[in-house]
Design a protein around this ligand. Structure first.
Ligand code: NDP
Length: 296
C-alpha cells in the first residue's frame, strides 16, 4: 500500500472531543444543554443499531438524548404530531427521523415538517436550497464528514478536480455542492455515466457513494488522487460476512495518495457530524458563538 490512510475513526474522536469541550463551555457559561431527539418508527434492525449508537454518543459528549420509538404501524398524523411537539420544545435543538420509514409514511412530508433550524440531518427542502445557493444551512452529516477529512488532508481544495460517483439526495448531491463551495471543479457521475473509469481517472478527489461492493478499482484512479469511500456493503467472503466499500481497497491504495478505509473511514464521521450539527443548531438557536471547524 502506498496511499496514506485517512483514519476516520481517529478523526471522529477529535470531532467528538471538540463538541464535548464546546458543550461543557456553554453549559457552564450559559446554562444551556444541547438536546437531540431521535425518532425511530418500526423495528428495522440496522436502524435500531444506528439509533442506539447515536443516543450513546450524544450522552457521551454531554448533550441530552431523547429517543422516541414508535410502532411500525404509527399513523402519519401521530408522527407529524410528535414532530410538531419536538419543533416547539425549547430543550430540543436537533431532530432526526431515522430513515427508511415504513412504506405507508411519506418521508418527504415527514422530513419537511421538521423545523429547518432543528433539521440536523440537513434533508429539509429549505436546507437543501440553502446549501445549493451557498448559504448557511444544516449540512447532511455524511458529506460534511467527508468534507472535513478532505479539508484536513489537503488544506485548500480550490481548483481540484472532484468526481462524485452517486447522485442521491443524502450523499452524492450535497457532497457535490460542498465541493463546489470549496471551489473544486465537480463532476457528478451516476449509473448512466459513459465510460465511468475514464471520468474517474481525471479526478484529484474521488468520492464513491454508490452501494456497489468494490466497484472502483485501482486502474480507475489517477496516481496520487484522494479517495473517499462512502459505500458500506456487506458481502460473503471466505464463508464470513465482510464489510467493504465501493472501492476495492487494496488496488486503489496502491495508486491513490490517500484513502479512507471501510470500516473506519466515513462511517464514524457521520455520527460525529450529527453531534456537531446538534451543537451548531443549539448555538444558532441561542445566538451563541458557533464551534469552529465543525460546519461547512
Ligand atoms: P443510493 O442508492 O441512493 O444512490 C446510489 C447512487 O449510485 C445513485 O445515484 C446511482 O445512480 C449510482 N449508481 C448505482 N450504480 C452505479 C454504477 N454502476 N455506476 C455508477 N453509478 C451508479 O445510495 P446512497 O447515496 O444512499 O448510499 C450510497 C452508499 O453509501 C451505500 O453503500 C450506503 O450504504 C453508503 N452510505 C454510507 C453512509 C456512511 O455513514 N458512511 C451514509 C449513507 C450512505 P442513479 O441515480 O443513476 O441510479
Amino acid at each position: 500500500m502506498t496511499a496514506k490512510l485517512i483514519d476516520g475513526k481517529a478523526f471522529a474522536a477529535t470531532v467528538r472531543a471538540k463538541v464535548a469541550a464546546h458543550v461543557a463551555q456553554i453549559k457552564e457559561e450559559n446554562g444551556i444543554t444541547p438536546g437531540l431527539a431521535v425518532v425511530l418508527v418500526g423495528e428495522d434492525p440496522a436502524s435500531q443499531v444506528y439509533v442506539r449508537s447515536k443516543g450513546k454518543q450524544t450522552v457521551e459528549v454531554g448533550m441530552n438524548s431523547y429517543e422516541h420509538k414508535l410502532e411500525a404501524d404509527t399513523s402519519e398524523a401521530d408522527l407529524l404530531a410528535l414532530i410538531d411537539r419536538l419543533n416547539k420544545d425549547p430543550d430540543v435543538h436537533g431532530i432526526l427521523v431515522q430513515l427508511p420509514l415504513p412504506k405507508h409514511l411519506d418521508s418527504d412530508l415527514v422530513i419537511n415538517s421538521i423545523n429547518p433550524a432543528k433539521d440536523v440531518d440537513g434533508f429539509h427542502i429549505s436546507n437543501v436550497g440553502l446549501l445549493g445557493t451557498g448559504q448557511k444551512s444544516m449540512v447532511p452529516c455524511t458529506p460534511l464528514g467527508s468534507l472535513m477529512m478532505l479539508r484536513d488532508y489537503h488544506g485548500s481544495l480550490s481548483g481540484l478536480n472532484a468526481v462524485v460517483i452517486g447522485r442521491s439526495n443524502i450523499v452524492g448531491k450535497p457532497m457535490a455542492n460542498l465541493l463546489l463551495g470549496d471551489s473544486c471543479t465537480v463532476t457528478i457521475a451516476h449509473s448512466r455515466t459513459k465510460d465511468l473509469p475514464s471520468v474517474v481517472r481525471q479526478a484529484d478527489i474521488v468520492v464513491a457513494a454508490v452501494g456497489r461492493p468494490e466497484m472502483v478499482t485501482g486502474d480507475w484512479i489517477k496516481p496520487g488522487a484522494t479517495v473517499i469511500d462512502v459505500g458500506i456493503n456487506r458481502i460473503e467472503r471466505d464463508g464470513k460476512t465482510a464489510l467493504v466499500g465501493d472501492c476495492e481497497f487494496a488496488s486503489c491504495a496502491e495508486v491513490a495518495g490517500a484513502i479512507t478505509p471501510v470500516p473506519g473511514g466515513v462511517g464514524p464521521m457521520t455520527i460525529a457530524c450529527l453531534l456537531a450539527n446538534t451543537l451548531t443548531a443549539c448555538c444558532r438557536a441561542h445566538g451563541l458563538r458557533e464551534p469552529e471547524g465543525l460546519t461547512a
